[in-house]
Write a protein that binds this ligand. Structure first.
Ligand code: GLU
Length: 304
């Protein structure tokens, strides 16, 4: 039997000795108000057991991790028609890169770069009756936790400084790949990114991706095939222009966000979330990546 408790303790020891914790994202001003010393891990086995260390119950801004939830909800509404407006190739470029979008005629490389997530937001704005509250209900339901909410200050802060996202949305509109108004779609997108969740809540929410589409409450929210495809996109596109490095070091599908969170999973086995707000140069949590590398090495568990 794997001694997960011991493995998490060892990770905590290594991380606490690390002097260079990376840099907190400040391009969304409201994100800069976080203590860089926060560190938490939560592990949830598909069989039900849970293990945690550090600030695993503290909520933080999940940012791009929310793109997995919006993709899942969009797929459960229109499934394969999504892929007429989006591709599933890694971009090899930063998350907010625009030149590829122009070269490739307004078809974003994948749903996890910003332009792709904005197309998904457009789909949800078209499909949902009350987009922001329906999306929030969906995340609360798959997690089994009604305390999850948007951080309106963070959403407003991003709205005031989100010039590149406005540029991406306008470019999409000029290529006829955005059906709703730019402002309406971005308002949804900024709120989606402002969701605050803890490591513990994130592992519960991602349980359905590790459990073939069935969430913790035993409800089927995705087909087995949809869960498989979302995991594949997490593996190839979940870590900005560092997806190759993450697969190489950690070997799990997952998704990161500029709030310093990372969620990763081994289908049918476990979900693990890490939070350390300091980022590396590519925008992924520096100590979070290190912790997950140590975890899959010590537990000897990865998809490879
Ligand atoms: N809301 C952020 C943005 O669009 C998300 C960035 C991220 O976590 O990758 O810039």
């Amino acid at each position: 039997m794997i001694d997960y408790h011991n493995i998490l303790e060892r990770i905590n020891q290594t991380v606490s000795k690390e002097k260079d914790k990376g840099k907190i994202a400040s391009y969304i001003p409201e994100l800069a108000n976080v203590d860089i010393n926060n560190f938490g891990v939560h592990l949830h086995l598909v069989s039900g057991k849970e293990y945690a260390i550090g600030n695993s119950e503290q909520k933080f801004s999940i940012q791009s991790i929310s793109k997995v939830f919006s993709l899942a909800l969009a797929m459960s509404h229109i499934d394969t028609a999504i892929w007429e407006r989006l591709d599933v190739e890694p971009s090899g470029n930063p998350f907010n890169h625009l030149s590829l979008l122009e070269l490739e005629n307004g078809i974003p490389r994948n749903p996890f770069i910003n332009s792709g997530a904005i197309v998904i937001a457009d789909i949800l704005v078209s499909k949902l009756k009350n987009p922001k509250s329906d999306f929030l209900d969906y995340v609360r339901e798959i997690t089994g936790d009604n305390s999850i909410d948007y951080n309106y200050k963070v959403a407003q802060s991003e709205k005031e400084t989100g010039y590149t996202n406005y540029a991406a949305a306008n470019l999409l509109k000029s290529f006829n790949n955005l059906n709703n108004d730019v402002d309406v779609v971005l308002d949804f997108y900024f709120h989606q990114c402002s969701l605050e969740m803890s490591c513990s809540q994130l592992t519960k929410a991602f349980y359905l991706f590790a459990n073939q589409g069935e969430c913790l409450a035993r409800k089927s929210r995705l087909t087995k095939s949809q869960a498989k495809r979302i995991n594949a996109i997490m593996l190839t596109c979940g870590f900005y222009d560092e997806a190759g490095e993450f697969a190489f070091e950690v070997g799990l599908p997952g998704k990161s966000g500029v709030g310093g969170g990372i969620v990763a999973l081994l289908p049918n086995e476990f979900v693990i979330s890490v939070w350390s707000p300091g980022l590396n140069e590519r925008g992924n949590s520096k100590l979070g990546m290190q912790a997950l590398e140590q975890f899959t090495t010590l537990a000897n568990q990865s998809i490879f």
